[in-house]
Write a new protein. Structure first.
Length: 359
């Protein structure tokens, strides 16, 4: 019987490298693929801080990937994803910040580029494979009862990356393998070490870009007022994109008896709204562009747990499905710093139901 061929996304880090080792040891024919997303025309200053980020000049990272493939004795291909990455990820990144929202570029990159453009473009280059694998910490299972693929949290919750994968479709999940889903980071490093890979002790990669986001935004100054909740102007700002919900330091304000935080970004008025910590808490959110892992909502109204950012502890909530791909969620307890542009990801235990972009 002919071996199945697995195309694996190699990043130059220990997670994807160990995944390739695991798959090869299981008898699969493994082909490594790296997506090229760096565009030299980007107005980004060079510096050592860029290394190990998804968006970086890539020269050294590519050499590391090639060294890993050579050491493992597997084929290796480079896939040019620059144009779709710029349109789907970078352009959206700039648009969201210009509208006073704080996007999560990794969510779009995973669903559209890593699990979309990369394997599709590899096929167009003549690479034939049965399944696509990555070094993400998550699990996929086929549920016989529903006939659907389930996306689940990783066994090691401290490494779980299911939050970033919630927009994957049934078609994508039907072809994907996550070799690290049942493993811990120390186990992964030991696998890479036994395989003689230099990346065994490499530091974890940075998720998107290590430098100042203003390098990528490159917006002209757009001054406006910093105002209190009652509308009193207390300072000036140079652009909403310099601020995120919950920011406290560097506001250029003084004279308040209690610490003040950014509680809202009002793009229509070009205002940064500040208030005391208690103003950061909210019990409701709405989200749009909702994607359901099963292809549909579990019910019109249901209860679940929601993460409003990757490192947020899931909070219990009641969800109501609205029209036009939107949901409304009411939390049992108020949540701090619900931020427009971030993803609200819904869970039923360790099963990912889906998620949307917080409005």
């Amino acid at each position: 019987m002919e071996k199945e061929t697995i195309l694996i996304g190699l990043s130059g880090g220990v997670d994807s490298a160990a995944s390739a080792v695991i798959l090869k040891d299981k008898g699969y024919r493994v082909i490594g693929a790296t997506m090229i997303v760096w565009d030299p025309s980007l107005p980004v200053p060079e510096g050592p801080y860029q290394k190990n980020a998804c968006l970086s000049p890539e020269k050294e990272d590519l050499q590391e990937v090639e060294d890993i493939a050579r050491k493992l004795g597997i084929d290796f291909v480079k896939v040019d994803c620059r144009d779709p990455y710029r349109r789907a990820v970078l352009d959206n990144f700039r648009l969201e910040y210009s509208c006073g929202r704080t996007p999560n570029p990794c969510v779009l990159c995973n669903s559209l580029i890593k699990f979309g453009v990369l394997p599709s473009a590899a096929e167009k280059q003549g690479i034939q494979f049965d399944k696509f694998a990555t070094g993400h910490y998550a699990r996929v299972e086929f549920d016989e009862k529903s006939g659907k693929y389930l996306l689940k949290k990783a066994k090691d919750l401290s490494r779980d990356q299911s939050y970033f994968l919630h927009r994957l479709t049934q078609r994508q999940l039907s072809r994907v393998l996550f070799p690290l889903g049942e493993m811990t980071k120390p186990e992964i490093r030991e696998i890479a070490r036994k395989a003689g890979l230099e990346v065994a002790d490499k530091e974890d990669s940075q998720d998107f870009y290590c430098g100042d986001y203003n390098d990528l935004l490159n917006f002209p100054s757009k001054p406006g007022d910093i105002v209190t909740l009652d509308g009193q102007a207390v300072a000036r700002h140079e652009g909403l994109w310099h601020y995120t919900i919950g920011k406290r330091k560097g506001l250029g304000i003084s004279g308040f008896k209690t610490p003040m935080y950014v509680v809202r970004l009002d793009a229509a008025k070009n205002q940064v709204v500040i208030g005391p910590k208690e103003a950061l808490y909210s019990q409701k959110l709405t989200a749009d562009k909702v994607s359901w892992v099963a292809g549909e909502a579990p019910a019109q109204e249901f209860r679940c747990e929601i993460k409003i950012r990757n490192l947020h502890n899931p909070a219990k909530a009641a969800v109501r499905v609205l029209e036009n791909g939107r949901i409304e969620a009411a939390f049992d307890e108020p949540q701090m710093s619900i931020t427009a542009g971030q993803s609200a990801v819904m869970y039923d235990g360790d099963i990912v139901l889906g998620g949307g972009i917080i409005e």
